[in-house]
Ligand binder design. Structure first.
Ligand SMILES: Cc1cc2nc3c(=O)[nH]c(=O)nc-3n(C[C@H](O)[C@H](O)[C@H](O)COP(=O)(O)O)c2cc1C
Length: 545
């Protein structure tokens, strides 16, 4: 990108971030009501192709909770269609149907702001038996692959030779309209969070099969769209899928693939005959120019490969979890309400936070697009043996001085435990404050703790404006870890996208633009709503599992 375009894109990104902030006196521009008539279909189907049903797991991959993080605990599955089916079932498939009165809605393994699910998945799979290599869209509703292009054997061999092992490609994309229908201008942020959640979900599911998810971090958005055939699809302009990221999913013990694909391969992909037409999601859409602009200014250019030189730190003592890795993945839900009396044991709290620290060769953060930038500003409400107050978990030790310099000078910065980067900043009862800054949502004050994810901001964007999206991806990945950590320990989490940005910055004493809050999260003991009924995820396909 030349200098002038870089500056324009940088300014546009900062402008979008500012205008999509919620403030005490005005929320970010949104429709302000739900246009139920035009609610987007949460499921994309490619019409005119015959979906290929995928098998369901008869037995989940075994392994305790620690198996989420330790690939070595799992046998490496061959990369065939039935293993890919299991992979998709455990990262992007449906997790349940919920019913209340006459309403019925599905939930998925991966969470989504407002349950609107803007994230779509496309795969490029190797041949298997008499099935040729192909480009597919994953339909979570049908748990099926929709074949969009046949990939000639010769072309697949070039891909495989470049990747260095029998593996497959997973592309994630976002349909902004699904989120902007409800949330207006702030929707672009939520789409990026959701992509981060989906990426972490994929990394965990892959780990259970002995596979690793490696982002092809040098690829540009344009190249991904070329590979996935998006440049040939006749989209409705407001329902288009925008490329988020492309990953190789490969046996964990295979060499790490190169972070790009050769131009020759990409151009062969763009000349493949295409099948299928994307379904229409709404009869009528609303155009949000601010979203079109931020999508344009944060397009990822080619290059900038990242190879995750993360610092190693042993896991701290973990008192243990109640659920196996696969049970946790399947049972993950958002809490709608918390028991405000619940006290979380300190060791469980620390073990949970510990899992959000990036480590080499450890899912999900070794599927990163850049160095760790996101830290956790924690409002500890009720942790056994820990004073209530404000704390900071520093996820990238290289930034500690920067953080100290940016936060209020009166913070105490006392280490809570030796060799663990959690600092007590200020004691006090933050329940009301946490609730207030999270758009007055009770879950932020009634949980055992809630937190804001704080990232270096303008300096990161200055290196390349597309990193704006990466900051949300990293935050979404942390959210996914916290969801699973909470669930496994008998508690529950909820992502919080609605918060008053600058109110959080004021609390921490952060000057404009140096650091920003990218996402909130809360963890506590859920109170279930007895009016809600639950059905199995694929009951609509006569699968009662
Ligand atoms: C990025 C993101 C933001 C969210 N923001 C909120 C929020 O502000 N308040 C809330 O109650 N739930 C929030 N949620 C939870 C979603 O509503 C929830 O994931 C969705 O309804 C699906 O339910 P499930 O997580 O149980 O599958 C958020 C989830 C995500 C992923």
């Amino acid at each position: 990108m030349d200098d002038d375009r870089h500056i324009t894109a940088l300014e546009a990104t900062i402008r979008y971030h500012d205008r999509s902030k919620h403030r005490f006196d005005r929320y970010a521009p949104s429709p302000g009501y739900m246009d139920w008539e035009n609610q987007p279909n949460p499921f994309r189907f490619y019409e005119g192709v015959e979906p290929e049903p995928l098998s369901f797991l008869t037995d989940d991959p075994g392994g305790g909770h620690e198996g989420l993080y330790l690939r070595s605990r799992h046998r490496t599955s061959p990369v065939d269609r039935s293993a890919v089916a299991g992979f998709l079932e455990l990262c992007l498939g449906l997790s349940a149907w919920k019913m209340a009165g006459a309403s019925r809605w599905s939930l998925r393994i991966n969470p989504s702001s407002g349950n609107l699910h803007p994230t779509e998945a496309h795969l490029i799979l190797p041949p298997d038996g008499d099935r040729p290599a192909g480009r597919y869209h994953y339909s979570p509703f049908l748990h099926a692959l929709e074949p969009l292009a046949r990939v000639p054997g010769r072309l697949w061999q070039k891909v495989e030779a470049h990747l260095g092992s029998t593996s497959f490609l997973l592309g994630l994309s976002s349909i902004f309209w699904r989120e902007s229908w409800k949330y207006g201008e702030r929707a672009f942020r939520y789409c990026q969070h959701d992509a981060g959640h989906a990426l972490a979900a994929a990394a965990f599911s892959a780990a259970l099969l002995g596979w690793k998810v490696t982002p092809l971090s040098a690829m540009s958005d344009r190249q991904i769209e070329q590979l996935l055939g998006f440049d040939q699809i006749n989209w409705h302009p407001e329902e288009k899928e925008h490329a988020d990221l492309l990953c190789a999913v490969h046996p964990a013990d295979a060499a790490v693939p190169s972070p790009d694909l050769p131009d020759e391969v990409l151009s062969e992909f763009s000349s493949l005959p295409l099948s299928g037409r994307p379904n229409r999601l709404s009869r009528k859409q609303v155009r949000w120019p601010a979203i079109a602009e931020i999508a344009g200014s944060t397009r990822k250019p080619e290059g900038g490969a990242y190879t995750a030189p993360l610092s190693a730190a042993a896991f701290i003592d973990d008192p243990g979890a109640l659920l196996s890795a696969a049970q946790t993945i399947r049972r993950r839900r958002s809490a709608l309400d918390f028991n405000p009396e619940f006290i979380l044991p300190r060791r469980q709290f620390l073990a949970m936070l510990d899992k959000t620290r990036p480590r080499p060769n450890t899912p999900p953060f070794d599927a990163a697009f850049g160095p760790p930038e996101v830290h956790l500003l924690i409002f500890a409400h009720r942790i056994e043996g820990l004073d209530s107050g404000m704390y900071l978990l520093v996820r990238n030790p290289a930034q500690i001085d920067l953080l100290r310099g940016a936060f209020h000078p009166h913070f105490s910065w006392d280490l809570v435990e030796p060799n663990f980067p959690l600092f007590a900043l200020e004691p006090g009862d933050f329940r009301q404050i946490a609730m207030r800054v999270s758009c007055h949502q009770h879950i932020a004050g009634d949980g055992a703790f809630s937190l804001a994810m704080i990232a270096r901001f303008e300096d990161v964007l200055r290196t390349a404006p597309w990193h704006y999206r990466r900051l949300f991806w990293e935050s979404g990945m942390i959210g996914q870890v916290l969801y699973l950590e909470a669930e496994a320990r008998g508690a529950r989490g909820t992502g919080i996208g609605c918060y008053f940005d600058d109110a959080v910055h004021e609390l921490a004493g952060i000057e404009k633009g140096r650091f920003q809050s990218m996402y909130h999260f809360t963890v506590g003991l859920p109170v279930n709503d007895p009016r809600l009924q639950t059905r199995p995820p694929y009951a609509h396909l006569d699968n009662d599992r």
